[in-house]
Design a protein around this ligand. Structure first.
Ligand code: ZN
Length: 304
């Protein structure tokens, strides 16, 4: 299930998740485990997961370069591909993005069917359900890359910023998003300076990526180089994804995936800038499984 061998706790969780895998989407590992029944006599094995984090990153960013340049390939979007992945899937990446209608991950990375797990929440806010969904691919089918994708002029972040600044509550369940974004707001206030909303957007990206990278379920995968968690900022103006944190090292033979090491995928496309990394050190915290709230901050209830 996991090419590099899952850590003990993850193995237990993955075992349970593997059972859920079939129920959820007939997905994940193509190999039948003990007691695993096949819905069809001959499940397809279209694309066994062979990408390293660096390779997956390069692939994803190459797609973004095509999006920027207008040289789209629209890969994996035909009936043949549909048939190929109908029985199983091995996406090479997870993208946690904002709900914004202008930032659909499949388009801005020029991907197709079965290429990505995609999650979208306002301001890419996380809570236990979202975090568990991010973990699903890496923990059940060795998905080697997670991209947290925020974007320029994010309305969710702006609303959360203004509510926090003015000491007001957002209506209804929108308040849950504001609570989830509170650590990014507080960091922004501490930093000061102009354009606080854009800084809060960037802080939300890096905090979320850093906390996912360091959470106790994903950190072991990151530590052994089986997973990279990247934070990216999408420009509405240019379509370009600027990597803020967690880019794996340039693809080389063998497994790479050092978190926080900036690198480029071999083309001059996506901008890569060094970002803060918390490193995998914060893995021994007593937080409950599946939480990825910024360290020391209780997760807002119902925020997912
Ligand atoms: Zn947004």
């Amino acid at each position: 299930m996991d090419r590099a061998g899952p850590p003990r706790r993850s193995a237990l969780l993955a075992g349970g998740l593997a059972l859920a895998a079939g129920a959820l989407s007939g997905c994940a590992a193509t190999a039948g485990g003990p007691g695993r029944t096949r819905a069809r006599p001959e499940p397809a094995a279209p694309n066994p997961q062979t990408d390293t984090p660096a390779e997956a990153y390069a692939r994803l960013m190459a797609g973004n370069r095509r999006w920027v340049d207008g040289t789209l390939r629209h890969p994996d979007r035909d009936p043949t591909r549909r048939e190929l992945v109908a029985q199983s899937q091995t996406p090479y990446g997870v993208v946690l993005a904002c709900i914004d209608s202008r930032v659909p991950p499949e388009l801005v990375f020029d991907t197709g069917l079965g290429d990505l797990y995609v999650l979208r929440t306002g301001g890419q806010a996380v809570g236990p359900v979202v975090t568990g969904s991010v973990e699903y691919g890496p923990m059940t089918s060795a998905t080697p890359l997670v991209m947290v994708l925020g974007h320029q002029r994010c309305g969710a972040v702006q609303a959360a910023y203004e509510a926090a600044r003015d000491g007001k509550r957002l209506p209804g369940n929108l308040e849950a998003i504001a609570r989830a974004l509170r650590p990014a707001y507080e960091q922004t206030v501490r930093q000061g300076g102009p354009d606080p909303v854009d800084r809060m957007i960037r802080n939300q990206i890096t905090l979320t990526a850093d906390d996912l990278r360091a959470n106790r379920d994903l950190a072991p995968l990151v530590e052994k180089g089986a997973l990279a968690v990247v934070g990216g900022y999408y420009s509405l103006d240019t379509g370009r994804v600027e990597v803020l944190t967690g880019a794996p090292t340039v693809a080389t033979p063998g497994r790479t995936g050092t978190p926080g090491t900036p690198g480029t995928p071999g083309t001059p496309g996506p901008t890569v800038t060094p970002g803060r990394t918390s490193g995998p050190g914060r893995t021994s915290g007593p937080e409950p499984a599946g939480t990825a709230a910024p360290s020391g901050t209780p997760l807002p209830t119902g925020a997912s």
